[in-house]
Design a protein around this ligand. Sequence first.
Ligand code: AMP
Length: 578
Amino acid sequence: MTFAELSTYLDRLEGTRSRNELVKTLSELYAKTSPDEIQPVTYLIQGRLVPFFEPVEIGMGEKLVIASIAQAAERPVDEVTRLYNKLGDLGLVAAEVSTKPRGKVPSITDVHARLMAIAAAAGAGSVEKKRTGFASLLHDLDAASAKHLVRMALGRLRLGIGDATVLEALSFAKKGDRSLRPTLEAAYNRTSDLGLIAHTFWTEGEKGIAALKVTVGRPIRPQLAERLPNPEAVIKKLGNVAVQPKYDGIRVQIHKNGANVRIFSRNLEDFSLMFVELVAAARKLADRTLILDGEAIGYNAESEEYLMFQQTASRRRQHGIEEAAASLPLVAFVFDVLYRNGKDLTAMPYSDRYAMLKDVLGDSKVLTPAPLTTTDSAEELTRTLLDNISKGLEGVVVKRMDSPYQAGARNFNWVKLKRTTSGQLNDTVDLVLLGYYFGKGKRTEFGLGALLAGVYDAEHDRFDTITKIGTGLSDAGWREIHARADKLQVKEKPARVRSLLTPDVWLKPEVVVEVLADEITPGTNHTAGKVGDAPGYALRFPRIVSFRGADKRPEDATTVKEIVEMFKQQGKRPVAGQ
Ligand code: AMP
């Protein structure tokens, strides 16, 4: 298939307002894709060259793209810049100045390979190489293709194709319905690589998919925690449980293959560079191959103090890591071992996996087992919870001792119990920003007033609105939101968003914020959990507590299912002050 042909699909996908249509168009594209092409196609439609966990980026900023467009079109850089100021989208600029391609029309695999070469260019002369390589690609492509290529290079391909949409489209392309999505999803949970799944599915069918294994070097999608309102409910539902502190740090999945150690974040990005001391510590462990799951946090062993999430997260700025590692050393509390010396341990009961940790971690001071106690008493669980909160921790995570590690699942194998800012048990929710309204009065200064926010409907792979948020941010916070939101503006409602309201500006669902609200109520204005004519759910008095930053993708936001659960549990929550 030529890249031009792919571009016609990208145009169609871009113009789609409904998710069903998105799946249909994508499956039509897949049906025409050969086994050689399916892997690059799968990455490219998500604006990537490789899976998310591989740190390969095209690495071109606006300036370099402008220079390439100018070179390809043989126009002065100033003229291209002027056009950019006028059109506001370098993709449109590239299309506007595009000259008719003369040579052979490049195929998808050709374009992908050339982009990979651009991504690989590093060191002296690399800027020149990237510019010339990209210019020559633009030169060979038609206008629509140039538009999409530029957006890919800048990370601005806004098609809104989520992982679940890809999996569903693959199922439709082969089977004509969505019935294979669960099988494909299970493989995705084990491998986190959509391109690999697509390719395996095309070449080896369902059997090949079932045979895809947990592998060191490919992150496993993390197991997640459900919520329950209080310790009594936990004991009633789970009986005897393991209780661990809930550290407010950064989730880390540590993969060791001999001296080669990689660390993946909760949303499957490679964070190895940021966690140098964890990498060094993992290298020293005796086992040859390992996959460990834990939470990294700034911890002062002498004063026994934990750092706040924001401080730990400041490490994300990948500059000065060495200095940061010296002044703000991190440790990881490891709570699980998923793979050891060639063996996948995920099906084993948690009690057995946890028992291994001591042996695996030995006397490492940096990688230590997360402490664990067991109890079947609500009073004891309450005491442990309060004890952890008084130590400055977020709360506890309670786990079933007999549970396997269920990659990518959020279920009652793990339950989190947290504090609120006021010290009561009342959990926050993670919402995705979907749009905003222009502000009135003082807010106009920040360019936006209320935010329209939503939750994730995992079953339908879409975002439903649940509230408008107007408070909870400092002036600096509003400015930051504005700056971030500006980059995510889209002209029309994204296909995966379901909303009865129309904000002044729609946003590509990307920014996740942590929100505290007084209660969940039935709401006729919102679509969260809405079926037919019945009302959906809404949040009362929402306020933003923090930005979740890069550790949560929009699909990691609180789900509709969780909201329904929380609504049911609400009546059982102890009333404040009692
Ligand atoms: P939440 O992000 O609120 O859904 O809570 C789940 C997160 O808590 C996990 O993704 C981990 O990053 C974090 N966490 C902290 N301590 C633990 C622990 N002992 N076991 C599991 N997860 C933990």
